[in-house]
Ligand binder design. Structure first.
Ligand SMILES: Nc1ncnc2c1ncn2[C@@H]1O[C@H](COP(=O)(O)OP(=O)(O)OP(=O)(O)O)[C@@H](O)[C@H]1O
Length: 443
């Protein structure tokens, strides 16, 4: 109960618009209202249900396991994490859950081989909290109990899930890696496929310039002796709406900007600058700080080569990406009949024709599929015209569907290239999935 231990003179936490919570001393209690003087000298009046007792005996550097805290309320937990963060202690346990606070700085000493060696076989909680300890405990449990294990990595955008997932894989590779006999190891291949999935599945959001817009379950498969024998990447919930709708200052998926930064492909696919495309120009952000799109494009192509995507397949992939940009520029106006539609003007017709060429289909057929809908009854199929608004929705749905199928195809390619072990009996799975986000409009 929030009201326990609160009386005049007690040390408490009260809500603060700037710092979230601030420490204060209670001056007066009047019914359900508490008047308190904050440590910055302000007088704050709060509802008693929103005032929390402060642990005056708390250690200045915080505790490494929050179950040791006297009070397990929000300000207590946040204060503990903040005290540790001040000392560069980014990891804290709550029982066997690890909380990581993003350092936004490279901390190489935390992740070197020496560190991995220290955590090898150490019971969880014996050493300072660390992501390696969690990975180690999963690996041990798998080996000792001969049962598959999963690690869930969750948090809001930019919290550090992807980095954490990579560190877990790095540790598992260290524990169960075998010498690379025929070139690259399984774990190397999983890591090498990252730039490819990132080009198609990551985008700039308000919080994170390289935000993964899909959930990922990485399975690291092991043989009976605890050695890595295969791996697979399963993806979930790609944010399809981003393909057709972007709000400022975010961006669409990286691959679109990369393609527009390649003069050769711009010519080949009759593209233009990024700002000329509806699917990109709904936001004013085209560039990322410190990132050169044309260099990134080369990296994506390189990652495709590594994964074993042939030059012909690569050409097909970018043809599809370009066709989506063209699709987005097909605007509609009302047609002759009521509630019908047709491409708006010459420009719209040009994009329709190019999109059809790139998708290797007939332009008239594509127009038909955008401007009409087939209704199937028990006895017959009826073709119904669509008004411009419905045709636009139809166009966007097609773009989203093509893109998400392309993404799934790429994931399948990656998995084929990494190789699964059909005989593997146990695996460690790492689920990297974004939690719920609160947008102005939830789509
Ligand atoms: N342990 C860490 N050490 C150093 N930097 C980190 C660490 N974790 C995260 N970062 C930094 O924070 C950035 C964002 O992290 P990351 O991409 O892992 O977030 P995320 O939770 O996967 O976000 P999203 O859901 O948007 O994909 C990284 O690019 C990196 O710069």
């Amino acid at each position: 109960m929030a009201t326990t231990n609160i009386s005049v003179g007690s040390q408490v936490w009260v809500e603060d618009s700037e710092k979230a919570w601030i420490d204060a001393e209670v001056l007066e209690i009047d019914g359900n209202k508490v008047k308190a003087r904050t440590s910055t000298g302000k007088v704050a009046v709060s509802l008693i249900s929103n005032v929390h007792a402060k642990d005056t005996d708390a250690q200045p550097g915080g505790v490494d396991d929050m179950t040791k805290l006297a009070y397990l309320h929000e300000p207590g937990l946040l204060h503990n994490l903040a005290s540790r963060y001040e000392l560069d202690e980014i990891y804290t346990y709550t029982g066997n859950i690890l909380i990581a606070v993003n350092p936004f700085a490279k901390l190489p000493h935390l992740y070197d081989v020496h560190m991995m060696e220290q955590y090898r076989g150490a019971p969880l909680g014996e050493l300072s909290p660390h992501v390696f300890a969690v990975a180690d405990s999963a690996y041990r449990a798998m080996v000792n109990e001969n049962r598959s294990q999963s690690i869930l990595v969750s948090g809001e955008s930019g919290a550090g899930k992807t980095e954490t997932t990579k560190l877990i894989m790095q540790y598992l590779a260290y524990m169960g890696g075998r010498a690379a006999t025929d070139g690259r190891t399984v774990e190397q291949q999983v890591l090498e496929s990252n730039p490819l999935l990132e080009a198609f599945g990551n985008a700039k959001t308000v919080r994170n310039d390289n935000s993964s817009r899909f959930g990922k379950f990485v399975e690291i498969q092991f043989d009976r002796s605890g050695r890595i024998s295969g791996a697979a990447v399963r993806t979930y919930l790609l944010e399809r709406s981003r393909v057709v709708q972007v709000s400022d200052p975010e961006r669409n998926y990286h691959c679109f900007y990369q393609l527009c930064a390649s003069p050769e492909d711009v010519e080949r696919y009759k593209l233009g600058e990024a700002h000329t495309f509806h699917y990109l120009n709904q936001s004013n952000c085209y560039e990322l700080n410190g990132v050169n799109s044309s260099r990134e494009y080369t990296k994506t192509r390189r990652a495709m080569e590594i994964v074993g995507i042939s030059p012909d397949e690569q050409e097909a992939i970018f043809r599809v990406v370009a066709s989506i940009l063209h699709l987005g520029n097909i605007e509609f106006v009302p047609g002759k009949e009521t509630d019908s539609s047709k491409p708006k003007d010459e420009k719209a017709n040009f994009h329709l024709q190019v999109a059809a060429d790139l998708l290797k289909c007939d332009a008239k057929g594509l127009q038909d599929s955008l401007c009409t809908r087939i209704i199937t009854t028990r006895d017959e199929s009826i073709k119904v015209s669509l008004d411009p608004t419905s045709a636009t929705v139809n166009r966007d749905t097609l773009a989203k569907t093509i893109y998400s199928r392309l993404f799934d195809w790429l994931v399948e390619k990656v998995n084929k290239s990494i190789g699964q072990d059909p005989d593997s009996t146990t695996l460690v799975g790492v689920l990297d999935i974004y939690g719920f986000e609160s947008f102005k409009t939830n789509r």
